[in-house]
Design a protein around this ligand. Structure first.
Ligand code: ZN
Length: 225
């Protein structure tokens, strides 16, 4: 009989322990949430939009801030990383994806096939885009929509032209004097496939990375004069 009583006691202790542990986890989650800025995953007021535009690119057409980020990033911005959506999502649809905490993914910016620009993670913060914390701490990341699904993962001329413009603007505001594509992670222009087993940003964009770096650098020099 005594041993049965003891068994009951250990079960109760176990349940109590589990309850306490769950409580601690719950409180930790609440505390972690409190560290998120209050402008996440909701429509911003006009005043907030103006403030966000002042802190980031003036090229933005749409803002829907993602909780999937580190606030703030741990290193100064000295790189740009290009991705493709592997899809033809609108900026609003991608914003809804990045607003879901269970997706654990985001990007600083995205460009749609018409060349419109969205901001999902402010430049001061680290987006979760490139499967590499060190890169994303230093990089502003950009998702570009595809206008053809599969194959070479083509992007529209409008999207590519806006990519040149956005990269130039990011470099200028962050003091990056030239954009260099070295083909590995040491350059100031990086791509997702340098860090993970992925085709991202797809053969089409990848084939234009040297050209992108050269064009942005040319624009930066032009602005200096
Ligand atoms: Zn990617």
């Amino acid at each position: 009989m005594k041993s049965q009583k003891e068994r009951f006691r250990s079960i109760w202790l176990l349940l109590l322990g589990f309850g306490l542990w769950a409580g601690v986890v719950f409180i930790l989650c609440l505390t972690a949430d409190r560290h998120l800025p209050d402008n996440i995953a909701r429509r911003l007021t006009e005043q907030e939009m103006r403030e966000v535009a002042e802190r980031n690119s003036p090229l933005i057409d749409y803002v829907y801030l993602s909780p999937n980020a580190n606030f703030p990033r741990k290193a100064p911005v000295c790189k740009v990383t290009v991705h493709h959506m592997a899809d033809e999502l609108t900026l609003e649809e991608l914003g809804d994806v990045f607003a879901r905490r269970d997706r654990r993914a985001s990007a600083n910016y995205a460009i749609d096939t018409k060349g419109r620009v969205a901001l999902y993670v402010e430049e001061d913060n680290r987006a979760w885009t490139s499967s590499n914390r060190e890169n994303d701490d230093q990089a502003v990341t950009i998702e570009v929509a595809n206008d053809r699904i599969g194959g070479d993962w083509h992007v529209s001329d409008e999207a590519y032209a806006k990519l040149v413009e956005l990269c130039t603007d990011i470099c200028r505001r962050n003091g990056i004097e030239s954009l260099e594509f070295t083909g590995d992670a040491s350059g100031s222009l990086t791509i997702h496939k340098m860090f993970a087993d992925t085709e991202c940003p797809g053969p089409y964009l990848e084939s234009r990375m040297e050209e992108l770096a050269a064009e942005v650098t040319r624009q930066l020099k032009k602005t200096e004069n």
